[in-house]
Design a binder for this molecule. Structure first.
Ligand code: NAD
Ligand code: TYD
Length: 343
């Protein structure tokens, strides 16, 4: 698999996966496709363009002619799909684009995989399709039970993949990972949102009492797991990816305060905007992929420290985003009544 189409290449994990491929496979040509929504930025792919082995196409995965044209002209052998609407809070405001991209878009990529007889498609999904678990861990056998429009749209994509494999033998593999963190994450998700605000000595809005648990994975480890599943996974199967790094939102906020040397008074506990749709705990059992030879390479605390350092050293990247009118209006609309003068 020397020519790989990476969809969502201008986003957080997709761009990191392009970096991973270009670094680890010297003969690999990486073809990026991205709609450049609010979450996709050309600046995120600047370093990829310099390698000479990365080609980028702006476009939407649900446009079948666009997808077919790229596959044929670039002689694509496999697709790794990261393209998605990915933010739970935005999905609670309006879910229509989530269904277009996360369900219809996945179906178009599956159909193209079948039609052009690609060697493999890997569909990147999330542990959130399993819903919330109070005790125990999610295995690949856990029934899917999504609780937000975002996780329901991702579950829709996963079911399209399952049915395509059963109905047509399409060689698709699905991965489900926990909450990622690392460089180039759009600053609306918990970690980059809080880090960028704390750098500026601004308050951070913690939902409810902050007791919700997330199972954190460093983005490079996620990329390694995806790549392992792409090359060694069985078509039609699902593989969980996790690093055994559970902690509450309050705990991780305290870690950020300590890494940035900021006072506890910068935490603003707010009424939970997700209400009953806020999943209490995610916990991933990744033993299936580990038994196939994959393991995470980064310890949580040192990866968190290097992530904070990356945002300190790359203000150029996130300040370009946080100064855009659409970012500012989202933050103002969603958090304005809680953060008031400290927006
Ligand atoms: P992101 O929002 O940072 O990036 C998504 C990218 O997809 C953006 O560049 C956007 O422009 C692009 N995109 C959106 N709609 C598109 C369309 N119709 N056609 C083409 N491109 C489109 O998201 P991310 O955090 O990098 O997540 C990538 C994938 O990984 C998603 O499928 C998400 O569900 C999954 N995932 C994310 C996490 C996490 O913690 N971030 C964890 C597990 C799984
Ligand atoms: P997020 O990064 O949006 O990821 P997900 O919804 O996929 O888990 O949120 C992570 C957790 O942090 C989640 O429990 C919601 C919480 N959260 C806050 O407390 N404050 C915030 O400003 C944000 C964005 C999230």
């Amino acid at each position: 698999m020397n020519t790989i189409l990476v969809t969502g290449s201008a986003g957080f994990i997709g761009s990191n996966y392009c970096r991973y491929l270009l670094k680890n496979y010297p003969d690999c040509i990486v073809v990026g496709l991205d709609a450049l929504t609010y979450a996709g930025n050309l600046s995120t792919m600047q370093d990829l363009q310099l390698t000479g082995r990365f080609r980028f196409y702006p476009g939407r995965i649900q446009d079948d002619c666009v997808v077919a044209g790229i596959i044929q002209s670039e002689k694509v052998e496999a697709i790794v799909n990261f393209a998605a609407e990915s933010h739970n809070d935005r999905s609670l405001m309006d879910a229509s684009s989530f269904i277009q991209t996360d369900v219809t878009g996945v179906a178009v990529l599956l159909e193209a995989t079948r039609k052009f007889q690609l060697k493999r498609m890997l569909h990147v999904s999330t542990d959130e399709v399993y819903g919330s678990v109070d005790d125990g861990r999610f295995t690949e056998q856990t029934p899917i039970a999504p609780n937000t429009p975002y996780s329901a749209s991702k579950a829709g994509g996963d079911l399209q993949a399952r049915a395509h494999h059963i109905a047509y033998g399409t060689p698709v593999v699905v991965t489900r990972c926990g909450n990622n963190f690392g460089p180039f994450q759009y600053p609306e998700k918990l970690l980059p949102f809080f880090i960028s605000r704390l750098i500026d000595h601004k308050k951070v809005p913690l939902y409810g009492d902050g007791s919700q648990v997330r199972d954190w994975v460093y983005v490079e480890d996620h990329c390694g797991g995806i790549d392992h599943a792409l090359r060694h996974g069985n078509p039609g199967e699902v593989y969980n990816i996790g690093s055994d790094a559970e902690c509450t939102n309050l705990e991780i906020t305290h870690m950020l305060l300590s890494l940035l040397n900021r006072p506890e008074s910068l935490i603003r506990s707010i009424e939970d905007p997700r209400g009953g749709a806020h999943d209490r705990r995610y916990s991933i059992d990744a033993s299936k992929l580990k038994a196939m030879g994959w393991s995470p390479a980064h310890a949580f605390s040192s990866a968190l420290e290097s992530t904070v350092r990356w945002y300190l050293e790359n203000e150029w990247w996130w300040r370009e985003i946080t100064s855009k009118p659409d970012y500012l209006s989202f933050i103002k609309n969603y958090y304005g009544r809680y953060l008031q003068s400290d927006l």
